[in-house]
Ligand binder design. Structure first.
Ligand code: ADE
Ligand code: ZN
Length: 349
């Protein structure tokens, strides 16, 4: 198909990728065995192939999250986290020319099982250093607080990361992954969305703002446009993850454009989790028309048919037939909307 060669060569930044969402069924079974972790007594876990088949039939965000949260329990040691993150970063660099990745992880999913945040971050940091040396890809980490757990639990998690000195002061992250910690580049919010409006996390996000920590939030995935406005107003989010339902409100799109908010779109994820009926129904053209800046991202590729970033770009091109100029704008906005320093941005493209 026309442009696929150009799309492969395009220097990319990925901003919406959950490292736990890159856990393949095969690695899940390998780590369960290695770490002696029991898998659920459910027919879906009969084999990696059976699990893959179940992943092909998600009915909603929550249906997916049940499997995603069941999977993370096999991750226990710093070496496990390093293996997971290195596999993603090297694949992204090799197959999609991803030059810079700002990747999410769920600290509470690990601390709840007695795995220290420091262990998780040490593994990811080792992977980032190695991937930078081997593939010239830079990485920044963004911990996401989990909406399905009590707000107090999220507050305790944030306070612990802050006290441990894990956050980089804004603007100092090189994004090369070569420095020593701290390397958490911002704070995010994810997991189930319906019936969990952003307001409950306002206090934590205000505390992050007071510390000069960047903020982003999943909003408007299953939730309404009002939750996207809430993420901006109540959480002070500087980025919006998904944002799909923002397109239901043209005034909100105008505001996202005026405030130069980067929307981290995940069109394949939206189709797999039934947020959008088809790729053509995802709001990428509406964003372009309204002047909303967005990047194109893979979200949880191991759960979504192994659609990593190159596969997502090609699928988007099949659906939208963007012009060379439109792709150049999308790629430029992704670089400019990144949280790495200006020097790193210039070296990306
Ligand atoms: N955690 C991992 N993937 C997610 C998604 N698509 N939405 C909300 N939380 C998530
Ligand atoms: Zn996500």
């Amino acid at each position: 198909t026309p442009l696929h060669g150009l799309l492969e060569a395009l220097p990319k930044c990925e901003h919406h990728l959950h490292l736990e969402g890159t856990l393949s069924p095969e690695l899940l079974f390998t780590l369960a065995e290695r770490n002696q972790v029991a898998l659920p007594a459910d027919a879906a876990y009969a084999s990696p192939a059976a699990l893959r088949a179940r992943y092909a039939a998600f009915t909603s965000l929550d249906d997916f999250l049940g499997y995603y949260n069941a999977g993370v329990v096999v991750l226990r040691t710093a070496a496990d986290f390093e293996e997971l993150a290195y596999a993603y970063l090297s694949r992204a660099a090799r197959t999609a020319n991803v030059r810079h990745a700002e990747v999410f992880f769920d600290p509470q999913a690990h601390t709840a099982r007695g795995v220290a945040v420091a262990t998780v971050v040490a593994g990811f940091h080792a992977a980032a250093r190695r991937a930078h040396a081997d593939h010239a890809v830079s990485a920044l980490l963004v911990p996401c607080l989990l909406r399905h757990l009590p707000v107090d639990d999220a507050a305790a998690c944030f306070d612990a990361m802050l006290a441990a000195g894990l956050f980089s002061p804004t603007g100092t992250g090189t994004g090369t992954g070569t420095g020593s910690p701290p390397l958490l580049a911002g704070l995010g919010l994810c997991s189930t969305e319906l019936a969990r409006p952003p307001s409950a996390w306002a206090g934590i996000f205000a505390a992050a703002a007071a510390q000069g920590i960047r903020r982003t939030a999943h909003a408007g995935e299953e939730g309404p446009a009002a939750y996207v406005a809430g993420a901006l107003d109540v959480l002070g989010a500087q980025r919006i993850d998904h944002g799909t339902h923002a397109a239901d409100d043209l005034g909100l799109l105008a505001r996202l454009a005026a405030q130069r908010v980067l929307v981290t779109a995940c069109p394949v994820s939206n189709v797999v989790l039934r947020v959008s009926p088809s790729l053509e129904d995802t709001p990428l053209r509406a964003y372009l028309a309204a002047g909303v800046r967005f990047s194109v991202n893979s979200d949880d590729p191991a759960y979504f048919g192994d659609m990593y970033l190159q596969e997502v770009f090609c699928a988007v091109q099949e659906a939208f037939a963007f012009s060379v100029d439109e792709w150049a704008l999308i790629a430029r906005n992704a670089i400019e909307g990144s949280w790495c320093g200006d020097e790193r941005k210039r070296s990306i493209g």
